[in-house]
Every structure is written in structure tokens, then in C-alpha cells.
Design a protein around this ligand. Sequence first.
Ligand code: FAD
Length: 393
Amino acid sequence: MDFTLPEQAEAFRREVRAFLEQELPQGWAGLALGGIGSAEGWELHKRMAAKLAARNWIALHWPRAYGGQERSYYEQMVFKEEMGYFRAPGIDGWATNMLAPVLMLYGSEEQKREHLRPIARAERYWCQGYSEPQAGSDLASLQTRAVREGDFFVINGQKTWTTNAHHSDWIFMGVRTDPEAPKHKGITFILADLRTPGITIRPIMDLAGHHEVNEVFFDNVRVPTRNVVGEVNRGWYVMAALLDFERSGIGQIGGATRALEEIIEFGRTAKLDGRRLRDDPRLRHKLAELRVELEVARVMSYRIGWMQSNGQVPNREASENKLFSSEFTQRMYNVAMQMLGLYGQLPTKGKWSKLNGRVSDQYLVTVPVTIYAGSSEIQRNIIAQRGLGLPRG
Ligand SMILES: Cc1cc2nc3c(=O)[nH]c(=O)nc-3n(C[C@H](O)[C@H](O)[C@H](O)COP(=O)(O)OP(=O)(O)OC[C@H]3O[C@@H](n4cnc5c(N)ncnc54)[C@H](O)[C@@H]3O)c2cc1C
């Protein structure tokens, strides 16, 4: 089997690397703790997004009619991998990787014209209003209500865990438009401007002490009916298609590659309390195992790109990819924490801190990766039912 990518993709990889080496600050190790959730992180994210937009790299593989470059999926894939490897901010994943492909599939021409170009130009940022206090894994039980009044839907209810809502301009969401219908059949997918009166956004602080997620409240919020994507009461299918795009990402692998390289290099060279880490055969074994797993995760991600380049929509493959790469990332930071012992708990740069003081933060930050975008249990259910053909439990 030949795992090499087309030369055009590898040439583009070199171009992206050169760009990132030039544009990111000297000695760049990634955003400060708190990521794009913090005010400084967000400013940097927007500055980088503007530079990417100037090269039209946000919309790499979109059709030219919507402002894209019609580059191949492989080029899109190496772009994401390098952005992840360099820990570069600048891509609004909710807009570019999730909403945009769904608008191309289900949106009206008017919606495509209204939203795709501002995404490609990094002028409009998006968040995802799926989860509610009583609807997470069982998303179809969502209760946020939308009642039609003329040319508007009036929305009341609450979304939760809404990442980046505090920086976003718009939200795409599922709302219940027919409470009498079976739960999957009474949902509508709608787009709302977050400046509309009646919307309140409140922060939720996470385990690591950062502000990334929010609660979003809707109190008689009037949203034009022309903002419905697809058909009224058939929004479940649009929401599900978007989830497949969400779970197909490869950026995580680029980031994990960089992190594992740093962890292995530390294990190879460092001494802690007079003890050379490389002399511990258990640690050597664990690191080797992680290195092998990383390659497995990479190949799984490439497979998604290959499917997309053949016009297929990955479904259980996207779940396999999400499940393996998210659990791998947790295993990796677990080993890193064990390797550093008490030093791992020093969170910021300083005399005693190791690996830029990032390990303990990442150990905490990666706890929810097996929850968001569908928990590991939900991914296993999808793989069991749609991949292995097993009956519903
Ligand atoms: C950091 C973070 C960011 C997020 N960002 C967003 C966002 O931007 N937008 C958004 O809409 N949502 C977001 N979410 C919400 C996320 O999608 C949900 O948390 C997730 O779907 C799980 O739902 P829940 O929290 O309600 O848990 P529950 O659904 O209540 O699940 C609780 C536990 O039960 C298990 N479980 C549930 N059902 C089954 C089943 N059928 N079979 C086996 N096990 C099951 C789950 O795996 C889990 O372990 C985010 C969450 C986090 C933690």
C-alpha cells in the first residue's frame, strides 16, 4: 500500500510551512494558556485569520463561485495538519469545517451568498448551538422552541457548552418547531445573528480555569424564516451531516505530532532529580507505543481525506477517527504527566517548570476531548451499529 500523498499536496505543505515560519512570532510555542477563549488569544487569532484570508487559504477547497480556490482535499488536509503542528490560530473551525460544507449541501443560493464570503474573508465568526441542559448525547431531545410568526421564528430556550459564543457573531442551531412530531422530525436548523435582541451569553469556566464555553439564553428572539437551512422540521438531517464534518478533522493530529515530538525529546535528553529518564525501560516502551499509535491516527485521518476526495461522506469512519485520536491525545498527556511527576504540576514558565509548563494544562484541557463532538460511548455506538451492523442495545 502506498501512503505517499500527491506531490502537489507535499509542495503545498512546504508553502504553508514557509508562511507559518514567517508569520508566527519568533520562538512561537502556541497561544498562551486559555487559547482563543482569552481576549489576547482572540486578537491574535483574528490577526492570523486576516493573513490567511488575504491568501484565500480559509476557503482552500471551496468552489470558486463561493470565493474558494477549488484545491484538492489532500491540500486542504496538509494545510490543517501543518496549522495544527505549528499550533497556529486563525481558522474558525465552526465556520470553515462545519457550517460552510453544510451550507454548500443544504443552503439556499441566498444563504450561500450571504454567509460563505464573510467566512472566507474572516469577517464573520460562528458558534454551534446544539447542546442544551437536557440534550447532549441524545441531541434529538432538544427543547429550545421556535414558533412561527409571519416571516419570523420566535425562539425561547437555552443552549449550553457553546464554545466561543462570547467572541462569535452568529450561531447555527437546532430548534424545536413541531413539539407534537416524533423527536427527530420536529427539529429545524436555523442561523441567528448573536446581536439580535433577547440573546444573553454567560461564561462557564472550565476545569483548567479558562473561559471557552458558555451558556446562551434565548428570550423571545425573532429570527427571519429565511435563515432556516433546508426544510422546516427536517433539520435533524442537516445537524447530523454537520456532525460528520465536525468529526472528520485532522488538525488534532498535527498538534499531537508536535506535542509527542517534544515529549519524546524530553524523555530522551532530560534528567529529573539526578535520574536519566531514558534509563527507564517502562517509559521508553510507553513512548514507543504512543509513536506507533500516532501513525495509526494519522492514517485514519488521511483515509477521511481520501474518502472526501472521492466524493464520499465519511460517517462511521469519522467516528472511528474522532474516537481514536481523542483517546490517543489523553493517553499521551497521561504518559507525559507520569514522566514529569510533580514537575508536571507547575503550570507556568519558571525555573522549575518543564516543557514550557504546558503539560498539566494540556492534561486538563484534553479531558473534554472525549466528550465534545459526541462522547466516546456515542462514537462506539455509531461504529457498532453503522460499521459492524450490530443491533441497537
Ligand atoms: C469543552 C466542551 C465544549 C463543547 N462545545 C460545544 C459547542 O460548541 N456546541 C455544542 O452544542 N455543544 C458543545 N459541547 C457539548 C457536548 O457536545 C456534550 O457535552 C456532549 O454531547 C455530551 O452531552 P452531555 O454533556 O449532555 O452528557 P450526557 O449526554 O448526559 O452523557 C453523560 C454520559 O452518559 C453517556 N451516554 C449518554 N448516552 C449514552 C448512550 N446512548 N450509550 C452509552 N453511553 C451514553 C455519555 O457518553 C456520557 O459519558 C461541548 C462540551 C464540552 C465539554
